[in-house]
Design a protein around this ligand. Sequence first.
Ligand code: AMP
Length: 373
Amino acid sequence: MSNTAEGTRPAAPPNPADSIASPTGIVRHGHESLIAQPSTFLLPRGPTRAMAEKPLTALDKDQQQGLKSIREFLKVRTSYDVLPLSFRLVILNTDLLVKKSLNILLQNGIVSAPLWDSHTSTFAGLLTTSDYINVVQYYWQNPDALNQIDQFRLSSLRDIEKAIGVDPLETLSVHPMRPLYEACRQMLKTRARRIPLVDVDDETKREMVVSVITQYRILKFIAVNVDQTELLKKSVSEIGLGTYGNLQTASMDTPVIDVIHMMVKYSISSVPIVDESNHVLNVFEAVDVIAIIKGSAYDEITTSVGEALGKRAEDFAGIYTCSEEDRLDSIFDTIRKSRVHRLVVIDEENRLRGVISLSDILQYVLLQGEDED
Ligand code: AMP
């Protein structure tokens, strides 16, 4: 499989053997030295430059058209459009005990909920698995506090964040009637995997949480509604989709707490579980933490990954894999048909090659070839 990245490498400066750029930016040619001008670092003009820019192939053009169609679609649809005709929204009061919030999430089969401060009648951020992971880390660092677990309320999450030195609870939100494109850009900017839709009630002028949209919902919405995803025929390796270096993995025997530390340290929501030959056996996900700590079993976090994965709910969506030769159109096809939250990239012998998260797909679809601004 060819890698188009080769074709986009910047051209080398003229006579590279003669030119050495020093850390001070002075380029020396033989014995004479000259101050580097900004143009020194630009691609050479004229025929050499034309040669550096390969003409677009039919595949390139289709890919560009596919991306353009998705972006146009996201600009004319609102976040409100993503919501199903009928849906349920669980909002938790910040006075609620952390322990009870966990049971509510589990009973409702959800992994996040907007928080409401009834003292100020305002939206107080989004409760996610990261918050429970913070609580686990807090108890790990302060084992003596374990007997206080039953008294912690959702309003104390901020103190826990401060105590363990992590970023505060995300209070970012978007208006449901703004273009969906904006919600996507906000998510990529803040690395949030979900974003609450907050409106203002016409009568009371108070904030009103309408729903929460996730990267998963948005990608499914695109997959179902944009036929031009069929044009995205470039393979995962051709477009460099996902992460392939410095992959964080664990084994079935790794203690869950070590995997949790890994997820916090590298800001990742999953860790592939591999054997000694790097064959993929499973994937530990941030949402798995909720089932493990149910019943206030925070001190059970020393269990192994293998035991923890045995506690997964029966309706677990499963692990999705793909190869580096798979094309983006087939990934969208899978997103359309299944509950995919990430794809593990494997080789023909089931060995780990990389991870493609939904944020990688969203990032590519929104920003590939665009000016960063
Ligand atoms: P996620 O937390 O799944 O949204 O992923 C955030 C970023 O980290 C994405 O660019 C992923 O490709 C990357 N990533 C996800 N899981 C891992 C992992 N286990 N090791 C290294 N990078 C990862």
